[in-house]
Design a protein around this ligand. Structure first.
Ligand code: FE2
Length: 292
């Protein structure tokens, strides 16, 4: 396995003021460094787990994929060269903005910026302190969370993440979205997090369907639900439990229109014993639409 985790996610957002409040007061992330039209938010000791980039796209702008060492980054580069996938070396200014020692930049087949890096800055001298009182975000070896991407050309996208970057299939979910319209969601892991990446084979107006942050306790998720009203956030679903990763979570809309999943207790994947399975529903219970 070459990619160790989804280390950071960058969103290009048009309403930065509303996002700032959303991140701090609703999700409970801690504001970090800012500059050059980019603001970092913290979920743990790391200097940055989510970046807000000023712009008009209101979509995911970059995935930061972490490898463990400089040697691992060289291995990834060699594999990309073998597969004739172009990349560029990140410059000094970008390394500073991303708080990493070294990185390379490339794009997935649908044009999403992907940065592969090692050497993230840890600020153990400035301990993480959630402004909304979240006890802890589950990050560490499992990374920042997960993203679900609309991916019209599944064959090329799958080849990029699986063959070039080493993601492994966890399972699939078949979903009937209408009388004559079904899709299969594919869930991929690169560490013990059940899925770091899910691919939905469908066209969409934006690439990101949702991102997920995992909190340490059910109480953290319950308190986040309780903050919805006071924070003026639109709840998209009730609390529910997913069939595949068994995450207990709810969904809410972000100021950019894509969703966030706030969850806890996702099951880990152990490669030695894991068996790929298929599910016919996304949720065991709950996750019912909330009309507002
Ligand atoms: Fe999710």
């Amino acid at each position: 396995m070459s990619i160790a985790s989804l280390g950071y996610i960058g969103f290009e957002v048009s309403d930065i003021g509303t996002w700032q409040s959303y991140m701090e007061n609703f999700l409970g992330l801690m504001r970090g460094a800012e500059g050059n039209g980019c603001e970092a938010y913290r979920m743990d000791d790391r200097a940055a787990r989510i970046f807000l980039l000023h712009g008009e796209r209101d979509d995911v702008a970059v995935l930061g994929l972490e490898v463990q060492t400089a040697t691992a980054l060289e291995t990834v580069k060699a594999n990309l060269e073998k597969k004739k996938i172009a990349y560029t070396q990140g410059d000094a200014a970008l390394k500073i903005r991303r708080h990493v020692v070294d990185l390379i930049c490339l794009q997935d087949p649908a044009g999403l910026d992907v940065e592969i890096y090692y050497g993230a800055t840890e600020l153990t001298n400035q301990p993480f302190n959630s402004p909304a009182g979240v006890s802890r975000f589950c990050t560490g070896d499992q990374g920042a969370g997960h993203v679900v991407l609309a991916s019209p050309d599944m064959d090329r996208i799958r080849a990029f993440y699986v063959e070039a970057l080493g993601f492994s299939l966890s399972d699939t979910i078949g979903m009937k979205l209408g009388p004559d319209f079904s899709i299969t969601l594919e869930f991929y892991h690169c560490n013990q997090r059940h899925h770091t990446l899910a691919l939905a084979g469908m066209p969409a107006s934006r690439r990101l369907h949702h991102f997920m942050v995992e909190m340490a306790t059910l109480d953290d998720v319950g308190f986040a639900l309780d903050r919805i009203g006071a924070c003026g956030v639109r709840q998209k679903t009730t609390l529910g439990k997913h069939t595949n990763d068994q995450m207990i979570s709810f969904y809410a809309e972000t100021p950019s229109g894509f969703d966030v999943e706030v969850g806890y207790a996702g099951i880990p994947v152990h490669d030695e014993s894991w068996r790929v399975t298929h599910h016919e529903a996304a949720s065991m219970w709950g996750h019912k639409p909330v009309s507002t």
